[in-house]
Write a protein that binds this ligand. Sequence first.
Ligand code: EPZ
Length: 422
Amino acid sequence: MDKLVIEGGVPLVGSIEISGSKNAALPLLMAAILIDDEVTFTSVPDLRDIRTSVMLLDLLGCPGSFAPEQGVVVRRAAELRPEAPYELVKTMRASVLCLGPLLARLGQARVAMPGGCAIGARPVDLHLSALEKMGARFELEDGYILGRCRRLHGARIHFDFPTVGGTENVMMAAALAEGETVLENAAREPEIVELAQFLRSCGARIEGEDSGIIHIQGVPLLHGCTHAVMPDRIEAGTFMVAAGITGGELLLRNCPWDELETVIGKLEQMGMSLTPTPEGVLARCNPDRPLSCVDVVTRPYPGFPTDMQAQIMALMCLAEGSGIITENIFENRFMHVQELVRLGADIRLSGHTAVVRGVRRLNGAPVMASDLRASASLVLAGLAARGTTTVQRIYHLDRGYSRIEAKLNAVGARIRREKDED
Ligand code: EPZ
């Protein structure tokens, strides 16, 4: 296992290129199963989960290749296979997004139940009940979801919760189903909009993907295309916080703006200055105005994204005053709190809320990563802490951030990646 050794206290100054979005690329790659043709994705981030997805596509009969500069090419499947094995699914929950496409094209699927993870149980009951309304039948056997259907048919579906993965699974299944599917209380994340745009460019008939009510008219066949993956709004938000927490100034190239509206609003409310320019978004602090804490409530898009909760908490640890962070999406997404407290932060937990009181300084210490965004939060805190912070188990980090220490060191950070004994 690797660890990152961070010497803190350096204001970050320079420019960083935002990579393609992990949470857009993963469903897009699973959507390739629907396409009876070759598909090319460019601007694909170089992440472990991308390589895992290409391996899964190979196992399912969709031969794929990934080259960081070129992207991913998925060739037409000569013969699809129904099984996504546990050995692979246990490393990447998003594998469950092959369920809808396999049922739509093959009429069967055997997908390992994605276990829970550090941030919560993360069941897939909403995915299954929606696909059942479209004609699928499921059994759970030996830790696998066995799905079967003749031909999926359209249905009117209402999600109790606007699940991102559930919306993606149903949208993909409905693209080839017989008749119309209406999906109500659907997720509206930018990654959902991107998936709909990709499917439309392959011949799908989809409307309303940004509205929460999606209409999908099934078609018999989808053709290939080339698609550039959108930039990663969460990576961008993470680097905005890096500029704020170190008192630096970063120009974020290829940076989304509209998709980050609530994050930008909160960072500006704290006292950061974020300016769109022709070269990218300029993120900096106001030198004569210290940052101040704010209240943050995570909600489904367009609310404040849960994937930015740990990062803005790190920023609040060194801001003036106090703020309340309420996590509404996952039941256990405060694993970073105790690690931040080890660095000297003043945070008190009570159920779904964390009360953060800013302190004058954080002091470096060894800390343990537990999940992707918690890891990012610890790296951010380490960049600002006095002395050396060691972040262990950073394989979590490598799932969602491509070459993070190279990008940060290029703007002045002092981070070393080392082998970890434990
Ligand atoms: C996606 O996960 C993202 N992952 C997550 O990003 C993100 O945090 C999440 O959406 C919310 O925005 C990818 O896109 C690969 P959900 P997903 O289904 O689809 C409950 C990151 O850090 N739920 O919207 O799994 C679930 O337990 C990752 O990049 C059910 O109860 O999220 C959770 O509490 C982390 N039953 C809530 O809904 C279901 O059938 C949100 O889950 C499905 C979900």
